[in-house]
Design a protein around this ligand. Structure first.
Ligand SMILES: [Zn+2]
Length: 264
């Protein structure tokens, strides 16, 4: 079997870029993070390159041995041209030719895809999806997305938007989503939406468990929520249950609330 070769991976998200040095057999050698919250791509891109070069140097791998770079970003994106278009959770990133930038900086071929597709592929090739023909990889982070493997192929769709399940509308009169629509699944259960909701609702409750756990209103996130749930905080448990109900509503097997309502 051929010796595994090194690859750099960049997972660009709404709060951070996860940078990984991996081997082609799926082994993770090392990883680091670059902050990407409210930051311009002009600042983040060079920091990504530095982080990648540091990982290589720390692992004692000469640049010439690097065989490829993989990068993924949230949708929408131009898959063919390697451009991240204007993801709702990354307001400052507009039409950034990220694939070719990284290819040029590292002098190797760069591969680009939607983050949920890339995660789905990884899970299929190296994780719990090995050997199956059909699977759905669900990512729940700042936003919500899915990578769909159908009949042994990654499903991209005509505009690389297949699996954008986070923007399925669960309630047309629901909260405003970052995408501009109302009541998307992500607007109910996405990490950012939940954090913003708690910050809004707890703005005048400095003594609440969640604010105390977070240290400040601005620091409230999903980690704070899960910590507060484990501490049996009633407000946190109510937020958690509401989120789980919306998650269940998104499942194809869940009964539709509208069909139940019309039967009366
Ligand atoms: Zn949406």
């Amino acid at each position: 079997m051929a010796k595994p070769f090194p690859i750099l991976g960049f997972d660009v998200g709404g709060t951070k870029v996860a940078v990984s040095l991996v081997l082609s057999d799926g082994t993770l050698v090392a990883s680091s993070r670059v902050p990407n919250k409210e930051r311009e791509p002009d600042d983040v891109l060079p920091a990504m390159v530095s982080a990648g070069k540091s990982l290589l140097a720390d692992a004692g791998i000469p640049r010439e041995e690097l065989k490829a770079v993989g990068v993924c970003t949230p949708s929408p994106l131009d898959f063919k041209r390697g451009i991240v278009m204007a993801p709702p959770n990354m307001k400052m990133w507009k039409h950034v030719p990220i694939r070719d930038f990284l290819a040029e900086e590292f002098g190797v071929r760069a591969f680009f895809d939607n983050d949920a597709n890339a995660s789905g592929l990884a899970e299929w090739l190296f994780g719990s999806g090995v050997g199956v023909q059909d699977m759905l990889y669900l990512t729940m982070s700042t936003g919500i997305g899915a990578g769909v493997i159908a009949n042994g192929h990654l499903l991209r769709g005509a505009t690389c938007d297949a699996g954008e399940v986070g923007h399925m509308i669960l309630d047309a009169n629901g909260p405003l989503c970052n995408c501009g629509l109302r009541g998307c699944w992500e607007a109910f259960s996405g990490g950012r939406a939940i954090a913003q909701r708690m910050q809004r609702e707890l703005a005048d409750k400095p003594n609440s468990t969640i604010v105390k756990l977070a240290g400040s209103l601005e620091n409230i996130d999903m980690k704070t929520l899960s910590d507060a749930v484990l501490a049996n905080d009633p407000y946190a448990c109510a937020v958690w249950d509401g989120m789980m109900e919306r998650n269940a509503q998104s499942s194809p097997s869940a009964p539709s609330p509208s069909s139940a309502a019309t039967s009366s």
